[in-house]
Design a protein around this ligand. Structure first.
Ligand code: SF4
Length: 272
């Protein structure tokens, strides 16, 4: 959603703005959770928006703010827009999306993991695999495209289940001119070259891998369940994966590792 701030339209600040104070020198990050826009502001402009005011800025700056949805015409009911958007997305039939955890088991032991209680080592049994195949076909039958997000636990511990489900569902969909795409959220440790090749064949479009810092910082937070680091092997795996599939790097940031972020950024840039 974006608006023009021109022609003297009365504007207001969006209720969906969030702010992160970088430091007085670097300004303030602003994020609008309705539009998804992200920007950097000087302190004064951010302060005005945080107070629900439209900042005193030149017209072109206001245009930028309006384009990002940070400000909008005063008579627009943003909350109504958000609710309507959500409801229409639920009933839009062009893309059906499913989020599937084939296992809640994990090979890592991250200190902050809220899923420990579920790390019981259980993966989908045959009956659940068959039920999931039927469910996905049913979901796909009412849309043009099926998009599946695989997560866990560590979903690659149940790669055979993922493969089995997709081997059944993809041909079924394709014979009905429906597209199937997959995405994977993984810790990256088991993402061997062979699995990446299979992922490409199975229509995976993207993977998300978490790195919480450079080697020592990452290993301290995201070590193996049975002890030992994971950083080196994940980087080796990524070196191949980035040439075959889109890779998104996620970083969980808190006070313990925030200082290491520039080093990680530099490391990733220098490794291509
Ligand atoms: S890799 Fe993910 S699921 Fe596994 S312990 Fe870490 S945060 Fe939890």
């Amino acid at each position: 959603m974006s608006y023009s701030a021109a022609n003297g339209v009365s504007m207001k600040a969006s209720r969906y703005n969030s702010f992160v104070d970088l430091s007085s020198a670097d300004g303030i990050l602003i994020f609008n959770s309705l539009s998804g826009a992200l920007g950097r502001l000087d302190v004064e402009t951010a302060r005005a928006l945080a107070q629900g005011l439209v900042p005193s800025q030149p017209a072109d700056t206001l245009e930028h703010l309006a384009a990002g949805g940070f400000i909008l015409p005063a008579d627009v009911d943003e909350q109504h827009y958000a609710e309507t958007n959500l409801i229409s997305a639920c009933f839009r039939a062009t893309v059906s999306q499913a989020v599937i955890a084939p296992t809640m088991a994990c090979n890592l032991r991250c200190g902050y993991c809220f899923q420990y209680a579920s790390h019981d080592g259980v993966s989908m049994d045959r009956e659940t695999v068959a039920w999931t195949q039927r469910f996905l076909k049913g979901l796909a039958s009412s849309s043009m495209r099926l998009d599946v997000l695989w997560y866990g636990g560590e979903p690659l511990l149940a790669w055979d289940r993922i493969r089995e489900i997709l081997h059944e569902v993809r041909p079924w969909c394709e014979s009905r001119q429906k597209l199937v795409s997959s995405r994977l959220i993984t810790n990256g440790y088991l993402m061997s070259n062979a699995i990446v090749d299979e992922m490409v064949e199975l229509g995976f479009q993207a993977v998300q891998v978490t790195l919480d810092g450079t080697s020592a910082v990452h290993d301290n937070r995201r070590g193996l369940k049975n002890g030992g680091g994971t950083f080196e092997r994940i980087i080796d795996n990524l070196a191949y994966a980035v040439h075959r599939v889109r890779v998104n790097i996620r970083v969980n940031i808190d006070q313990a590792n925030a200082h290491n972020l520039p080093d990680l950024h530099e490391f990733l840039i220098s490794h291509g």
